[in-house]
Ligand binder design. Sequence first.
Ligand SMILES: CCCCCCCCCCCCC[C@H](O)CC(=O)SCCNC(=O)CCNC(=O)[C@H](O)C(C)(C)COP(=O)(O)OP(=O)(O)OC[C@H]1O[C@@H](n2cnc3c(N)ncnc32)[C@H](O)[C@@H]1OP(=O)(O)O
Ligand SMILES: NC(=O)c1ccc[n+]([C@@H]2O[C@H](COP(=O)([O-])OP(=O)(O)OC[C@H]3O[C@@H](n4cnc5c(N)ncnc54)[C@H](O)[C@@H]3O)[C@@H](O)[C@H]2O)c1
Length: 728
Amino acid sequence: MRVTFSLFHALAVLNWLLATESLIYFSLAVLQALEDGLKRADADPSVKAVTICGENGKFSAGADIRGFSSPNKQGLGLGPIVSLIERSEKPVVAAIEGIALGGGLEVTLGCHYRIAHVQARMGLPEVTIGLLPGAEGTQRLPRLIGVPAALDIITTGRHISASEALKLGLVDEVVEENTVEAAIRLANRLIGQPLGHRRLSLKPVPKLPNMEAFLTEALVKVKKRAQGCLAPELCFQAIKAATEQPFADGVRKERELFNILLTSGQAKALQYAFFAERAVEKWTTPSGASWKTASPQPIRKAAVIGLGTMGRGIVTSLVKAKIPVVALEQDLEYLNTGRKAVMLLLEREAMKMEQGGQTLDFNNPARLQFAVDFDVLRDVDLVIEAVFENMALKKEIFNKLSRICKPEAFLCTNTSALNIDEIASVTSRPQQVIGTHFFSPAHVMRLLEIIYGRHTSPTTIATAMQLAKVMKKVGVVVGNCFGFVGNRMMFPYVQQAVFLLEEGSRPEDVDQVLEDFGFKIGPFRMSDLAGLDVGWRSRKDQGLTGPTLAPGTSARQRHGYRYSPLPDLLCEKGRFGQKTGKGWYQYEKAGGRTAKPDPWIHSFLSEYRDTHQIKTRFIDQEEILERCLFTLINEGFDILAEGIASGPEHLDVVYINGYGWPKHRGGPMFYASTVGLPNILAKLQKYSEIHPDVPQLRPSAFLKKLVAMGNPPLNDWMSYLHRQSNKL
Ligand SMILES: CCCCCCCCCCCCC[C@H](O)CC(=O)SCCNC(=O)CCNC(=O)[C@H](O)C(C)(C)COP(=O)(O)OP(=O)(O)OC[C@H]1O[C@@H](n2cnc3c(N)ncnc32)[C@H](O)[C@@H]1OP(=O)(O)O
Ligand SMILES: NC(=O)c1ccc[n+]([C@@H]2O[C@H](COP(=O)([O-])OP(=O)(O)OC[C@H]3O[C@@H](n4cnc5c(N)ncnc54)[C@H](O)[C@@H]3O)[C@@H](O)[C@H]2O)c1
């Protein structure tokens, strides 16, 4: 960041470099230099006005987030510097280019005027890392743009464009050319003019006719959206303080609330999640392939095969990413249904984008083409297959693709669990075959699990990662195993949930505990939403139920282990979930969305327990939570030990972005580290002794090893993988 001193009646401009050029966030050195610069400007009578700008076209991304968890908390001295700027007797103008986020934007609020480049983005995203704007931003922003707009920006942390900032009155001018020069021109014009009315701390918060009612209603909304996350509510309280107290008292309240958040585990978890998401971009594989050496190939045209639940969303994501797409179905009837569904999704997306001043062009055949003939795939660079989850069908499709598509084309499968190597084996280019596992709804969910097979080339991985980025998704590179990372960890979680029903719980009890923990939706509501038939089909394919099940197989055992036939029994009764109006819950109609506890299920469960002589027992919240979550985490340790994922942050990013894991708990593996691995191990041992026929409850060898090694911090776990432990 630079402070530019503007000299009255002089063309000469004194620039003083304050920060290391590459840093876009505040370090202690930057803060010190900013303070020194301001004091020098103030003391120098030849300086008549000041502009503050960033380096390399970026104003500032705010405080250094890593500083919040270091003992020497960096950035905490920013508030007084903002006040110092505001008190200046010389006009101070902010020249906002690129980004002005968090503390960066708060610095501009201390300035007397703000000019932004048309491409600039602004925001106070502290809430997303578990904090609130702690450099007096919660007190100045409502004074500048009013309470409703300030509440929206601060409690959501969303970025706003320069044009929105201008409409809101957050900036005074938007320029298309050189922002710094425009700011210097303005600063020169301001010399000698009164500044009192531009000092936000002296302004009252604009009144609303119904402030109290507005705030009461707003709090309800903020809490509902927060789903157990503390920061939005404390942001709200800080803004409320601005409406009730003088500026200085409001600032004291802001500091107090900031401190509560800073020392809360939630801020630590959210900041971990911020860096985890960036860490997974730097992918590596056990064979040594890595983001450093692999280059992506350009994708100029793509194809999607199958326009069912997933294909529709994938086509929509590609169109939004401005990649021309061919959408292909098995026959004209399916094609017409798929086309209508895709067009509806695109129309809705276009409407949303229009509200943000953007357009979406999808009515042009060069951008989106529908077909039933595979021949149209000859010139595409990449194909994403999203047909039924059936190995024979997938192999047939991949064999065809391998023959029709140009040799350089990449072939991707959206399978949820099937073996990538087996699919690749029917092609003549296994090095260009990869799993791209989208999550439903595919145009909304941010996760893209990218699964490399034995022969997948680094270029193919890099291309899939690049595709994720272009589609604004988070790509996570993982190895090939049944269910990959996400579904493999989900399996023991859902299995425990069903076992709990056998033993005495009701679906709504289990869902409630997990939703109170912070999951957007509990396992039974999720199962009803996704459709119980999906898992049923997979279990039939695996020979776990249905006609291929060997006669005489015990109802509650498979391969010597505990098995629950409950989901199969529901499917046999046509209870597929929301789509049939009945599943683990009842719905108002087929396709209904409001889940109501179903007395039929309650009596069905008690009859089931009677039939199998299971004594119904009361299961408390702690047991529900521990059995569901600790088995999921336990599987995570096996995944790490097998090298399926290269670090715990991969598992956490998958769970936060694909499975509704509460971000303020940092992901399952981060959560495990906060609970303490010895505690998790002890509980798994206890439950495993009670249920010896459930292998998923047996503690992972890697978990045991980490405990034996003294419960090291999460970022050291992987270094223990191959270390010897004499305590084992
Ligand atoms: C002890 C008692 C105390 C009580 C007293 C209370 C007093 C309180 C006073 C506190 C003052 C607080 C000041 C302020 O309110 C707080 C803040 O400013 S918090 C920070 C807010 N800013 C953000 O959240 C922005 C985060 N960054 C982003 O959103 C994006 O990075 C970006 C800036 C939009 C850029 O996006 P991209 O171009 O996609 O690039 P990347 O995301 O990949 O980032 C590149 C690289 O930079 C790293 N990085 C980015 N921003 C920060 C940051 N703010 N701090 C640290 N690091 C940052 C990012 O991690 C990447 O690096 P990599 O991880 O890849 O090595
Ligand atoms: N539904 C989910 O939540 C979800 C999530 C992640 C991954 N997946 C995976 O995505 C894939 C698709 O799942 P879905 O839920 O979209 O299925 P779906 O049943 O909704 O749609 C599959 C589509 O493929 C089409 N199709 C079948 N054979 C075809 C052929 N030979 N040529 C062209 N099209 C053909 C069908 O007509 C149908 O429209 C599966 O592998 C599934 O496991 C599903």
